[in-house]
Design a protein around this ligand. Structure first.
Ligand code: AMP
Ligand code: MG
Length: 487
């Protein structure tokens, strides 16, 4: 028997069964000279696409949109969204959904080409993406996956000879994004604002069946959907806080109902700890700053609540009251889980006043001294690896002593502390300078640093001497570091 079960694509498309207003049929616009820049073999195997491995011509043709694989029924999805707090109509302006496939666990995922050409929702955009930004998305999304954080995945980047015009002329590319679905808070806003009551109902039923089948028979499925999203979004943002990730553009169109991280535009990882860190060129008011992310997630879920109101209750007043009650569950739940997560980073398991005080004095000290977020926590796991970073034991002995005795005095002692810290604190994250260097080199045709970074971040919790240089941040690097949308 052949090891490969599937020799060709096995699409099983369900989104196109929704009312027509949720999408427009749209073929990708071919690109010239498609070439495989990167291909994710292990993801291909997971998706039953092992037959593509080694066939670069086919990968380049099919994952650029030049050749439509059998069973694909390409569409651009309609959605709206609140961008920096303002409602607007959007839709897939440069992404085209090839269709859905079932992965090796029977889980349904979307296969989407990003940068595949104009669609009815492109407005004034060219439908294209730069090679640099697609490689950036590839590396950061894969790093997030290996950190254990729910995220879209990247299957391939296909480069083209067609130039892309932004402020300068760039090389272009198409990224294959794989995600549990592309249903967004913005999809619900679109249905509520521009669709009929039946459209909204169909979207909610579809979303529940696809992502939350256990609530389908609940007394009030819409309110249970809201609760599920509130909880999963909170958990997702807690994961970002754990690793120092700043999404950068948490608009409601970039918040998925499957609660995975996606839309890797102006995102970045924080080096020196500062709760107000922002890298995005357009986030001048710090709306999406590191520490604001949980509150923005709550705001975004409140927008979802607004869209769901007619499904929660026929009487608007009553629907608002019921939704508000669920939204009020956010704060106490977030605070509990925040301390549990952050105390895990310093190896303490009990959320007590004394432990919280140990945590907050560490964070204050880190902020004041601009300590590296990743290295400081990792130094509690293994001090000797970070021989050239300041050790907390020496730099802050008072705190260190208090912390050490709290670890020793807890049930489970130091062993438990070590276990907790090891799984909470990565040693390798895609550092901004390393990402930019890898991209500079890739743009000039040398992919070695790109693969090195990919390898280091594919085992983020294991120290590897080989990749030690990727942990060092050039002094002052982040002070000028700016990230961009829509590139
Ligand atoms: P984003 O900031 O990536 O969430 O994108 C916001 C909206 O702009 C979405 O509707 C995108 O499809 C659209 N968009 C971004 N870049 C382009 C482009 N180059 N051409 C057409 N639409 C775009
Ligand atoms: Mg987006």
């Amino acid at each position: 028997m052949s090891i490969e079960k599937n020799k060709s694509w096995q699409f099983d498309n369900t989104y196109i069964k929704l009312p027509f207003s949720f999408y427009k049929k749209q073929l990708p616009t071919p690109i010239s000279a498609p070439q495989v820049a990167v291909f994710n073999e292990s993801l291909a195997k997971e998706l039953g696409l092992a037959f593509l491995i080694g066939d670069n011509k086919r990968i380049a043709e099919e994952l650029s949109g030049n050749l439509i694989p059998n069973g694909s029924d390409p569409i651009a999805q309609a959605y709206a969204g609140h961008q920096f707090g303002h409602f607007t109509m959007l839709g897939d302006g440069r992404a085209i959904l090839l269709g859905e496939v079932l992965n090796s666990n029977g889980k349904r995922v979307d296969i989407q080409l990003k940068g595949a050409g104009q669609t009815p929702y492109s407005r004034r955009g060219d439908g294209r993406a730069t090679l640099r930004s697609m490689l950036r998305e590839y590396i950061i999304s894969e790093a997030m996956h290996h950190l254990g954080i729910p995220t879209s995945r990247s299957l391939a980047v296909i480069s083209t000879a067609d130039p892309v015009y932004r402020q300068h002329v760039h090389s272009g590319a198409v990224l294959t994004r794989v995600m549990s679905s592309h249903i967004r808070v913005g999809t619900f806003e679109y249905a509520r604002q521009f669709g009929s009551g039946e459209d909204l109902k169909a979207l909610a039923a579809y979303t529940i069946e696809r992502h939350y089948p256990s609530i389908a028979n609940a007394e009030n499925p819409a309110i249970e959907l809201l609760r599920a999203i509130l909880e999963k979004q909170t958990d997702l943002v807690l994961e970002w806080l754990r690793v120092g990730f700043i999404h950068g553009v948490m608009n409601t169109d970039n918040v998925g109902l499957a609660c995975e991280t996606y839309d890797y535009g102006p995102c970045a990882f924080m080096n020196a700890y500062h709760p107000k860190t922002v890298f995005s060129s357009i986030d001048t008011n710090g709306r999406y700053a590191f520490e604001n992310q949980p509150f923005i997630a709550h705001w975004n879920v409140s927008v979802l609540a607004g869209a769901l109101l007619p499904l929660i209750d026929d009487q608007q007043e009553k629907a608002i009251a019921i939704a508000q009650e669920v939204l009020n569950e956010f704060e106490p739940r977030f605070i509990d889980k925040y301390f549990e997560m952050m105390l895990g980073k310093i190896g303490l398991s009990g959320v007590s006043v004394a432990n919280k005080e140990i945590l907050s004095s560490l964070l204050q000290w880190m902020e004041k001294n601009e300590m590296d977020y990743t290295d400081t926590f990792y130094s509690l796991v293994n001090d000797s690896i970070l021989e050239d970073s300041p050790s907390i034991k020496i730099a802050n002995p008072d705190w260190y002593q208090r912390w050490e005795s709290a670890c020793e005095n807890q049930a489970g002692g130091r062993t438990l502390a070590h276990e907790l810290m090891k799984k909470s604190n990565p040693v390798f994250i895609p550092r901004n300078h390393a990402v930019e260097y890898a991209l500079d080199m890739a743009e000039s045709g040398n992919y070695q640093p790109f693969y090195e970074l990919l390898n280091a971040t594919s085992k983020p919790y294991e120290f590897n001497l080989l990749y030690r240089p990727l942990m060092r941040v050039p002094p002052q690097h982040d002070q000028q570091y700016v990230t961009y949308c829509g590139t």
